[in-house]
Design a protein around this ligand. Structure first.
Ligand SMILES: Nc1nc2c(ncn2[C@@H]2O[C@H](COP(=O)(O)OP(=O)(O)OP(=O)(O)O)[C@@H](O)[C@H]2O)c(=O)[nH]1
Length: 768
């Protein structure tokens, strides 16, 4: 931050302290001074990080041709993200309708049995939840210009979180949908964290304003407090609950009514008399919040000048793109109110592809960071961010970062070096597609017949760039699975193959000991959906075992080893000696580290490679209870070989046994996944819910009491949460809702550890 802006900000803060009593224009905002000062204090680091980014973005802009700039300025790649059931799909359905992409509105779980366009899987339509993110595009006309939107509707359930991750990875902006009654919920916080991870600016839409108890201003307060992002309304509602009629744009001081059968007609009038005070109050608050995050408004604020409409729009745009602010709109998707303003705000406040920084790594140049230039004249660089098995083979979604993608052209997969032909290029509209010949920089499209994995980078074949990949969370739950009929074996493996390729959080392994196929994933629902898809899409009925928690095992103290593996009786012998130690890693156990410091070539390099392989193998199936090892360092610093009998296998075996022996001496513990549980239910069931959580040894972190509902956030071992949906339903007469998210691994209770060890040992005995 420059000295000048720092000074003006300090002045803004003190000016605010005075404003309540001395400046009538801002006098209604006194109550918010403290919270705004907090933003003023925290604003610094956010601001500094973006200032650096902005300098690079400005340099990139100079490399764009006027044609690039013109086409990019009309493009928006946006995601719709929110907590479960906030209305993302219902909202997107209206967006498609108002932009003319669909001719009629169909509801999620609607009576017409058609279902929303973006929930194209049968399962999604039946369950009324979004499982896969769906991509579409549409055009929106504003001020005589036509804007092209690439839109991704993402699931709200944490079990399908990878869908949100990969969408946000390639989007430039997002609409965060928040329920007007429930406000900021657990999953809103998760989505917000994901947006921060990928530096995605967002505008906020408070949905369900037609519901009883809707309170947009409480939701805004929660955005400020819980998400710690300065947020302010740019609208106020006209009417409430079933009487909701429209919104007032507080910047233009104009009332907008949605009329017509589907709210498609917009009637604009001056602000209704009874709303004038509220509009002025919220307008002053908006300007005050902007003064905290934008220099131009801060200057005007100090000079006691009221900014013009144009200045307010420009400030909101700057602050939103800099991720220092989120403008808040409101309405009801179901009641067709307020959606068109959101579409306008996407143009007004969310960035086009040239206004965000996208970088890659230049593999040919020591993986140095390179900035991508979204010009069609640059060599092609694109990221395959999502795979889907379609009617015509594998469908690969690609975001084009620079250059262009042409039908009939060739692109190279940087990871494999394979050159492939782009034989078909399409734009996706949920599960339908439209063929195109060419797709330019900044765009999102899909191709057929390209063999790759999710997250692979493609280039023109000359550039050797790789885009940084997505965050893939670890699986927390697993179960054994097998087809009911032997005839289905081929389809069974085909399905598993496809699902793992599509979804990096869905994992499959074959357990050699139990001779079972084990699938693991993000939660019960996640695995349940795949079992169901197996039946519907591959005609394979499966038997599954009881869901098992994915435990981890680690050590708490260091231990040394000196182990010799010897088999020298008859035939080719085996000999390997390894010495060293194991110790807990200092990073809270998120990975395992193997090192070797053997001097004088006492163990040749090729054998050390075998040692590392042995280490990696045993970490997959730990010595204590047969689960993955986490957070262990292994150092091999000495050893010996035999001139004739030593080989790779001997060193691998020696390392595995040495590891196992020392692990058991290093006070090992079993770790279990601890979940963040958020339960919302009508107030009358609070006692029941607390009782239920106590039974599960949950630790209650926070309780929030609303007028009708309460929300409890607790940390609870996953082990106790199987079947939680059923017990919560029973305790709340079916009115309670909950969401789960993995929080951390923590040691299990000693009696559970004992039980797990004894079960594991029993299994080992049986095998002998
Ligand atoms: N009263 C009211 N209900 C709404 C509104 N918008 C959506 N709903 C209802 O809320 C429920 C969830 O809507 P969806 O659009 O499926 O929500 P979602 O966020 O896409 O759901 P997931 O993708 O499963 O997380 C449905 O029953 C909708 O009809 C609204 O504005 N008002």
């Amino acid at each position: 931050m420059s000295f000048a802006s720092a000074t003006s900000r300090t002045a803004v803060a003190s000016r605010k302290l005075l404003s309540t009593s001395f400046f009538p224009f801002f006098s209604r905002c006194g109550a918010n001074i403290t919270s705004n000062l907090r933003f003023f204090q925290t604003g610094k680091s956010l601001r500094d990080s973006y200032d650096e980014e902005k300098k690079i973005i400005d340099q990139i802009t100079t490399k764009l041709s006027p044609t690039d700039t013109a086409s990019l300025s009309r493009l928006r790649n946006i995601g719709i993200s929110a907590h479960i059931d906030s209305g993302k799909t219902t909202f997107t359905e209206r967006v498609l309708y108002y932009t003319g992409r669909i001719k009629a509105i169909h509801e999620v779980r609607g009576r017409d049995n058609v279902g929303a366009k973006m929930d194209s899987m049968d399962l999604e339509r039946e369950k009324g939840i979004t499982i896969q993110s769906a991509a579409t595009y549409c055009s929106w006309d504003k001020d005589g210009k036509s804007y092209h939107y690439n839109l991704i509707d993402t699931p709200g359930h944490i079990d399908f979180t990878i869908e949100v991750e990969r969408a946000l990875r390639v989007l430039d902006g997002a609409v965060l949908v928040v329920c007007a009654v429930s406000g900021v919920q657990s999953q809103t916080v998760t989505v917000d964290r994901q947006m921060r991870r990928y530096n995605v600016p967002r505008i906020t839409f408070i949905n369900k304003m037609d519901r009883m108890g809707a309170n947009p201003f409480k939701a805004i307060e929660q955005l400020n407090k819980k998400l710690r992002i300065p947020a302010a309304a740019i609208q106020v509602p006209i009417g409430a609950e079933s009487e909701l009629k429209g919104v007032v744009d507080i910047i233009s001081r104009e009332a907008i009514y949605n009329e017509g059968d589907n709210g498609e007609i917009l009637r604009k009038t001056p602000v209704p008399e009874d709303l004038v005070d509220l509009v002025e109050e919220k307008r002053a608050l908006l300007i005050e919040t902007l003064a905290d995050v934008d220099d131009e408004i801060a200057e005007l604020y100090l000079e006691e000048k009221e900014p013009t409409e144009k200045q307010i729009h420009a400030a909101i745009r700057r602050a939103t793109i800099a991720r220092k602010f989120t403008p808040v709109l409101m309405g009801s998707a179901l009641a067709n109110t307020g959606i068109q303003s959101v579409l306008d705000s996407v143009v007004n406040y969310l960035p086009d592809p040239s206004e965000v920084l996208n970088t890659g790594l230049d593999i040919a140049n020591k993986e140095s960071k390179v900035t991508l230039v979204p010009s069609v004249k640059e060599p092609f660089v694109g990221l395959a961010f999502k795979l889907e098995e379609g009617k015509y083979g594998q469908l690969t979604y690609i975001r084009v970062y620079q250059g262009k993608l042409k039908k009939g052209g060739y692109i190279t997969n940087v990871k494999t070096g394979k050159k492939v032909k782009v034989s078909r290029l399409v734009r996706m509209h949920s599960n339908d597609m439209e063929d195109v010949n060419e797709v330019g920089s900044g765009e999102i499209c899909a191709t057929f017949g390209i063999d790759c994995s999710s997250g692979d980078t493609f280039t023109d074949g000359v550039l050797n760039y790789s885009m940084s990949s997505m965050f893939v969370p670890d699986a927390v739950i697993s179960l054994s699975i097998k087809p009911k009929s032997k005839d289905s074996a081929t389809n069974f493996s085909k399905a598993l193959n496809r699902f793992t390729k599509e979804d990096p959080t869905f994992r499959v392994r074959f357990d050699n000991e139990s001779k079972e196929t084990i699938i693991s994933g993000m939660g019960e629902l996640h695995l349940e959906i795949y079992v169901e898809r197996m039946k519907r899409e591959y005609n394979v009925e499966c038997e599954t075992g009881r869901p098992q928690v994915s435990y981890r095992e680690t050590i708490t103290v260091p231990a040394e080893f000196d182990y010799t593996h010897k088999k020298q009786s008859g035939g080719a012998g085996q000999y390997a000696r390894v010495m060293g130690n194991i110790s807990p890693t200092s990073d809270n156990g998120t990975e395992n580290i193997f090192r070797s410091q053997v001097v004088g070539g006492r163990i040749p390099d090729k054998y050390l490679v075998a040692c590392q392989k042995g280490f990696e193998e045993i970490c997959e199936k730990g010595p204590l209870v047969g689960h993955k090892v986490l957070g262990v360092n292994m150092l091999i610093n000495d050893g010996a070989i035999h001139a004739v009998d030593s080989n790779e296998l001997s060193f691998k075996t020696a390392t595995m046994t040495a590891f196992k022996n020392s692990f058991l001496q290093a006070q090992p513990v079993v770790l279990e996944p601890i979940m963040n549980v958020s339960v919302t239910s009508p107030n009358e069931f609070q006692g029941n819910v607390i009782g239920l959580l106590n039974k599960l040894t949950a630790v209650i972190i926070d309780t929030e009491n609303g007028q009708d509902e309460f929300t409890i956030t607790a940390e609870c071992p996953l082990n106790g949460l199987f079947g939680f949906a059923t017990s919560l339903r029973a305790s709340t007469q079916g009115k309670g809702e909950f969401s789960l998210e993995f929080k951390k691994y923590a040691p299990t209770l000693p009696q559970i550890q004992k039980q797990l060890i004894s079960e594991f040992q029993k299994k080992q005995e049986q095998k002998k």
